[in-house]
Design a protein around this ligand. Structure first.
Ligand SMILES: [Zn+2]
Ligand SMILES: [Zn+2]
Length: 318
């Protein structure tokens, strides 16, 4: 009996300690009372006090994502012609890292893009950012300034998407080749069902027959192959970005770490050298500035023996 009384008393006292306002007052759930006794409130008060400094070191990628969201949600275009009409379809498309980056095979998609039904596959292609488009192939130790003229995407423009037995080739430029032909002929020779071809610039998403959640293929630069998965198809909503010009709309991008220069450890690597008598390792990664300072005189003449290759950091486009 005595014990029961004690626990009843304890219950009463703890009930009163939970309450932080007068019984007839309506509590404001946002306001923490000045001298809280309840542990959760003490903790909350402490957290609120630190709130500004907690928010400050939010990394720049999160800040960028927040910023992007703020800019696009419910956005109305300046020109009425760019307005996405009612009843338009919005697709959510995940693009994965090419299979060669084993390390990234198990991460979230490289990027997530929103497209409308009236966009063409070519517009999706232009929205996909892959480091192999920006790769420069060759050795440039004698003429480092000319390396920029050899960016892959300026020379090798062919690409295709593969959806449901159809290769959609990019044929917008004179240099484009039908790179799906090899696979189609191979399939024919091995008694596989025949595949069809179409042009990606003539194909809109509304014309496609696709399965949501099914892995499809995007191939460019000969053998850079990305999985493409359409994860959602829905009608446009008033809170969507309604400016057609802002599509393909990037909603997520996987951020990876940059490889820094082996000398200054500050700037992103732009060159790597091999057989290099000045370098601390072989191969060795340099930023533009350290590379030029170490390997060339004031007139730009090559010093010593080494081989130099342009390096494009996958994370440089974060
Ligand atoms: Zn690629
Ligand atoms: Zn450097």
């Amino acid at each position: 009996m005595i014990i029961r009384d004690a626990s009843f008393h304890l219950l009463l006292s703890s009930l009163s300690s939970i309450r932080c306002h007068a019984e007839d007052e309506q509590p404001d759930t946002e306001v923490v009372p000045p001298n809280p006794r309840l542990k959760t409130l003490i903790h909350r008060k402490r957290k609120q006090a630190h709130a500004p400094s907690n928010n400050a070191p939010k990394n720049r990628h999160d800040l960028y994502a927040d910023e992007l969201e703020k800019l696009t949600i419910g956005r109305i275009p300046e020109a009425a012609a760019d307005m996405i009409p009612e009843g338009e379809v919005i697709l959510t498309i995940n693009i994965y890292y090419p299979a060669v980056y084993e390390k990234f095979n198990y991460v979230r998609p490289h990027m997530t893009l929103l497209m409308t039904g009236s966009h063409s596959l070519a517009e999706l292609r232009d929205g996909i950012c892959c480091v192999s488009d920006l790769q420069v192939c060759g050795e440039f130790s004698k003429t480092p300034n000319t390396a920029l003229h050899f960016i892959s995407q300026d020379h090798f423009k062919s690409a295709f998407f593969f959806f449901e037995g159809v290769f959609y080739n990019d044929m917008r430029f004179a240099e484009c080749q039908d790179i799906s032909m090899t696979t189609i002929e191979w399939a024919k020779a091995h008694n596989f069902p025949t595949f069809r071809q179409a042009k990606m610039e003539d194909t809109r998403f509304v014309d496609l027959r696709v399965k949501v959640g099914f892995p499809y293929l995007y191939c460019h630069q000969g053998d850079c192959e990305h999985l493409v998965i359409i994860t959602d198809v829905r009608l446009v909503h008033k809170n969507d970005c309604l400016d057609k010009k802002l599509y393909p709309l990037l909603t997520h991008k996987h951020r990876s770490l940059t490889q820094k220069c082996a000398i200054c450890h500050v700037f992103i690597g732009r060159w790597y050298t091999t057989n290099d008598e000045f370098a601390p390792s072989d191969p060795c990664l340099f930023c533009e500035k350290c590379f030029l300072m170490l390997h060339y005189d004031h007139e730009g003449n090559k010093l010593g023996e080494f081989l130099a290759f342009p390096y494009v950091d996958r994370a440089a486009f974060n």
